[in-house]
Design a protein around this ligand. Structure first.
Ligand SMILES: [Fe+2]
Length: 337
C-alpha cells in the first residue's frame, strides 16, 4: 500500500503518445562561422548567442532550438525531446531503467546552455545523446528573422531522418521509449540494385518526428553522419520560396530541389549544411488526425514530384555512397537495447 506522503510509482505502461516532441537539436562543428551565416542568412533563424564555442538559435519563444557547439564531430550530436510533464518523464525514466539504461541528470548552467531548466541524458541510437526535458527556458525578445515564422508547437520543431543497419531494433526503440506510431512506409529504388525501406514514426500530431531508412538485404549505412537530414518547417509558402531564394543567393549546395513527399504532403527542398548532413526546409506538412488516420500505407516513391538531384535518389549511387556503405559493414551500430 502506498501512503499519502509517498509519490505514486510511474505508470510505465501508460500510453505517452502525443506527449513527446522534438525540442532542440545540437550540432557539433568546428565551422561556427559558416554555421552562423547558414543558419541566420540562409535558413532565417534568430541568432540568440554567438560565442567562439557556441551558437544558439531560436525559431520561436524557446530560448534555444538549434545549437552548434565547438566539436570536431561535424554531425548532429544530441537530440532534446520535450516531454509533456513530470509524469511523462517519470514513465520514460522507468522504461529506461527497465532496459538497464543509465541516465545522467544535468541542471544549472549546463542545462541552461541547452535552453532548458534540467535534463536527463543517455546515449541513444548511433551514439546520439538523447536528452529529456519538461521545461524549456523561454525568451520573449522579439524574433529577428527574414521570415514570418516556423511551425513548432505541439508537433515539435521538425523531424529527423537517419539510416539504420538495425531498422527493426531502431523502430522498436522509439516505440518502446516514446510509444511512437508507424504513420506509413516508403519503399524505393536507390540506384539500380538497392531498395530502401523507410519507416515514418510519429510521436504526436506531426506526421513523423523520426524517419528510419534501411537498405533491403545487406543492411548498410551510406552516410558519414548519424543524421541524414534534419527538417524544419516554415510558416508560409512565401517563407519557403524566400528561403529557397536566400539559399541560392548565398551559394548553398542543394541536395534536392523543390518537391513534395507523397505521405506527409510536405513541400520542401534540401540544402547541405556546413557539417555535411542535409537540412530540409518544408512547408505545410500534414497534421495527423488520430480519429481517421489509416495506418499501413506504403508508397513507391520518395516524392510525388520534384526533389530532383542526381545521386542517391536519382538513378545511381555515388562512389562515396558505395564506399561508406562498405565501410559501415566493419562496425556495429549502437543501440541502447
Ligand atoms: Fe524529411
Amino acid at each position: 500500500m502506498t501512503s499519502a506522503s509517498q509519490p505514486l510509482p510511474p505508470d510505465v505502461d501508460a500510453d505517452i503518445f502525443g506527449q513527446v516532441r522534438l525540442g532542440y537539436v545540437v550540432v557539433g562543428s568546428l565551422r561556427l562561422d559558416q554555421w552562423q551565416r547558414f543558419a541566420t542568412e540562409a535558413i532565417g533563424l534568430h541568432l540568440a548567442q554567438a560565442s567562439p564555442d557556441l551558437l544558439a538559435l531560436r525559431m520561436d519563444d524557446h530560448a534555444r532550438r538549434l545549437l552548434v557547439e565547438r566539436d570536431a564531430a561535424e554531425d548532429v550530436v544530441a537530440l532534446g525531446w520535450q516531454l509533456q510533464d513530470a509524469g511523462t518523464l517519470q514513465a520514460v525514466m522507468a522504461r529506461l531503467a527497465g532496459h538497464g539504461v543509465r541516465t545522467e541528470q544535468i541542471d544549472g548552467e549546463r542545462a541552461a546552455a541547452r535552453g532548458v531548466e534540467a535534463l536527463h541524458r543517455f546515449t541513444g541510437p548511433k551514439g546520439l545523446s538523447i536528452e529529456l526535458f519538461t521545461r524549456p527556458l523561454l525568451d520573449d525578445t522579439p524574433l529577428q528573422m527574414p521570415c514570418s515564422g516556423f511551425r513548432t508547437g505541439a508537433g515539435g520543431m521538425g523531424h529527423i531522418s537517419l539510416m539504420s543497419r538495425e531498422p527493426q531494433r531502431s523502430v522498436a526503440f522509439w516505440q518502446q521509449l516514446f510509444d511512437a506510431r508507424l504513420s506509413d512506409r516508403i519503399e524505393l529504388a536507390a540506384g539500380s540494385r538497392v531498395v530502401l525501406d523507410v519507416n515514418f514514426l510519429r510521436l504526436n500530431q506531426r506526421h513523423h518526428s523520426v524517419a528510419i531508412a534501411a537498405t533491403r538485404g545487406v543492411a548498410v549505412d551510406m552516410f558519414r553522419t548519424r543524421i541524414q537530414h534534419l527538417n524544419l518547417e516554415v510558416a508560409t509558402l512565401d517563407d519557403l520560396s524566400a528561403a529557397y531564394e536566400r539559399c541560392q543567393q548565398l551559394g548553398c549546395r542543394f541536395a534536392r530541389g523543390v518537391g513534395q513527399h507523397p505521405n506527409d504532403r510536405e513541400l520542401s527542398f534540401y540544402v547541405v549544411t556546413p557539417s555535411g548532413f542535409d537540412l530540409e526546409i518544408g512547408w505545410d506538412a500534414l497534421t495527423v488526425d488520430e480519429q481517421v488516420w489509416q495506418a499501413g500505407a506504403t508508397y513507391p516513391n520518395m516524392s510525388t514530384w520534384g526533389h530532383d538531384i542526381p545521386g542517391l535518389f536519382g538513378n545511381e549511387l555515388s562512389f562515396g555512397h558505395l564506399l561508406r556503405s562498405a565501410r559501415s559493414l566493419l562496425r556495429r551500430e549502437f543501440l541502447p537495447w
